[in-house]
Design a protein around this ligand. Structure first.
Ligand SMILES: Cc1ncc(C[n+]2csc(CCOP(=O)(O)OP(=O)(O)O)c2C)c(N)n1
Ligand SMILES: [Mg+2]
Length: 585
């Protein structure tokens, strides 16, 4: 241990005494933070100095990953949490660094992912009254009235640390909040004067995980379970739509078992893959046609099961909404029906339903369920045939068909490899051409902030070095993700990811949205959609600047070999970037 710095006070004793930053780092260890994704500034001087102390002494400390841009830091925490379920620390610079994480906090909040965002606040003393007092220009301009307001819509909790004496209590509360379901971001702000305050070690209480647990979802009211089981007993066209359940192995199993027992068609909605795509009940990603015909529908851990403007649900359909985030308190409006709503752990609740259903199952029910399985198989076969047909068209030189590109990539991936699908208008090609067997291996984002997939792939790689992690994005998403920051972290921390850019020369989503609202509008007539981006760019050069293997491919005939080279490089430990020129917008 270091020699304690003597403190002139009435409490002088032999008990060691350290700065608050010391207890902060110790406390981060105690709440299970493995990594701090950092973008430092003047506010962090006390923390940086303590980090150096801890390193010299060999004391445990979260790993530090320096990220040139905060967007990388926030989304690395997202990727890490997607793999481990555990929130990490993101340490950024006062109000400006916080502002740069807002897109990330939006994405983490909407994706139900935990993260502990931390930022300094400008020092409050200006005349050297305390250690850490203002000593440079920015300290006078970096204190807005309400720093947390920059990210508050996306937070479950926020606080400014008032004194080092409660730093560990604050960290434990932050941890309990972010890890409790539905998980999400929390935000702790700290001034330099607070971080440099000294406290004796016997003045700082410990808050252990076993004494201060996070909450998780429980079972459902048996009366509601019985109602749903009865509905399923007589259902003719039951469907299930889920977005998040595949994050938990037991929920994935429960969906698979219940759907096979009761003949329920299972659709995925956005966030992750939930059951094996080989499951006899998995029918795809668009329930639009099935919704008007469904008589019983299960909405399971899902945020947007369909778009009501495009699909009219029958008012007679009985909907059971089962969700850990049942009220969607983060959204002013949530329009989807629920004749019964059961808040809790969807895996537990669906197991309860299955148990009751098994007890009540009649021979007629079993017969009807078996007949439905035949119909579901036909729908499955049709979808698979459609996907194969789409992939068979390779496209043309300069306009590779994204379906073909993704089908070729699928041939090179293992079941455990992870895909971060930011394909936007080409996201469907990723989903339909890369069937997954292991749940939670093709991930999208619950939010709408572009620029997440590179950071997420890096964070996942850090959490699971044995897996290949693949960022798939459009050219627009590539820019949003700040690729130099991504490839810098990849190089510095030896986190090889594969990045595939599907370049359609701009923002197709923007064009399509204009066409949806104004199908015969002026923008269409004059072909001016404000969607094209610089046409003559060579993204591969960005990868090369950071030592990645990088290629540009525009002829479909070159796709298989280019992909194979890239995957080989990444599996061998070097990042790779494939800039693919796909069908133009
Ligand atoms: C941070 C952020 N800014 C703007 C948008 C609006 N937006 C949604 S999709 C899109 C275009 C994305 O382009 P690209 O990634 O190339 O995909 P494409 O639409 O071409 O398939 C934009 C600008 C957004 N979602 N997030
Ligand atoms: Mg594009």
């Amino acid at each position: 241990m270091d020699t304690p710095i003597a403190r002139q006070s009435a409490h002088q004793s032999n008990v060691p005494d350290y700065a608050t930053a010391y207890y902060l780092l110790e406390g981060l260890n105690e709440i299970g933070i493995d990594y701090l994704f950092c973008n430092f500034g003047t506010d962090h001087a006390p923390i940086i100095d303590e980090m150096a102390h801890r390193r010299r002494r060999g004391d445990a400390m979260p790993g530090v990953v320096r990220c040139p841009h905060e967007n990388t830091a926030a989304h690395m925490a997202a990727g890490y949490a997607l793999v481990t379920g555990r929130g990490q620390g993101v340490l950024v610079h006062v109000d400006v660094g916080t502002a740069n994480t807002a897109n990330g906090m939006h994405n983490l909040f909407r994706s139900r992912l935990p993260v502990l965002l931390m930022a300094g606040k400008a020092p409050y003393t200006a005349n050297d009254e305390l250690v850490g007092s203002r000593d440079t220009y920015v300290h006078f301009v970096q204190e807005p009235f309400d720093q947390a307001s920059l990210v508050r819509p996306y937070l479950k909790w926020e606080w400014t640390l008032p004194s080092g004496v409660v730093v560990k209590e604050a960290l434990r509360r932050a941890s309990s909040m972010m890890q409790s379901e539905p998980r999400g971001p929390v935000y702790l702000m700290m001034q330099r004067e607070t971080l440099t305050q000294h406290w004796k070690s016997d003045e700082i209480r410990r808050y252990t995980a076993d004494h201060f647990a996070a909450t998780s979802g429980g079972d459902a009211d048996p009366k509601l379970v019985a109602i749903l089981a009865d509905k399923l007993l007589t259902a003719e066209n039951p469907i299930l739509i889920t977005g998040y359940a595949g994050r938990h192995a037991h929920a994935s199993r429960a969906i698979d078992e219940l759907s096979q027992f009761a003949g329920i068609a299972v659709y995925e909605a956005n966030m992750t893959n939930n059951i094996s795509h080989d499951s006899p009940c998995f029918v795809g990603f668009s329930p639009d046609k099935a919704i008007p015909e469904a008589d019983v529908g299960l909405l399971v851990d899902v945020d947007v099961p369909w778009f009501p403007s495009a699909v009219h649900a029958d008012e007679k359909t009985f909907w059971a909404h089962i969700d850990i985030d049942i009220l969607k308190p983060g959204s002013p409006m949530w329009t989807f029906p629920g004749n019964i709503r059961m808040q809790g752990d969807s895996g537990h609740i669906l197991s309860q339903v299955l148990e009751v259903l098994k007890a009540k199952a009649t021979p007629q029910f079993k017969q009807a369920a078996a007949a439905r399985m035949v119909r579901i198989k036909a729908a499955r076969d049709e979808r698979i045939a459609r996907a194969a047909k789409q992939a068979a068209d390779k496209g043309k030189p300069g306009a590779i068909n994204p379906h073909f590109l993704m089908a070729e990539l699928a041939k090179l991936l293992d079941d455990q490899d992870m895909i971060f699908n930011e394909g936007v208008t080409n996201a469907a090609a990723v989903l339909s051409q890369i069937p997954r067997r292991v749940p939670n291996t093709t991930v999208r984002v619950g939010g709408g902030g572009l620029g997440w997939s590179g950071g997420a792939a890096l964070g996942a790689k850090l959490a699971a070095p044995e897996r290949l992690t693949v960022q798939i994005c459009g050219d627009g998403g590539f820019y949003f993700g700040n690729p130099p920051s991504i490839f810098a972290v990849s190089q510095q921390y030896k986190l090889p990811i594969l990045c595939v850019v599907m370049d359609n020369t701009g923002w197709n989503a923007v064009k399509q949205s204009t066409l949806r609202v104004f199908p015969e509008g002026e923008a269409k007539t004059t072909n001016s959609f404000e969607a094209e981006l610089a046409p003559n760019v060579h993204f591969a050069k960005i990868g090369e600047a950071f030592g990645a293997h990088a290629e540009e491919v525009s002829d479909p005939a070159d796709v298989p070999a280019a992909l194979a080279r890239c995957v080989k490089e990444v599996r061998g430990g070097r990042a790779a970037l494939l800039h693919a020129r796909v069908t133009k917008l």
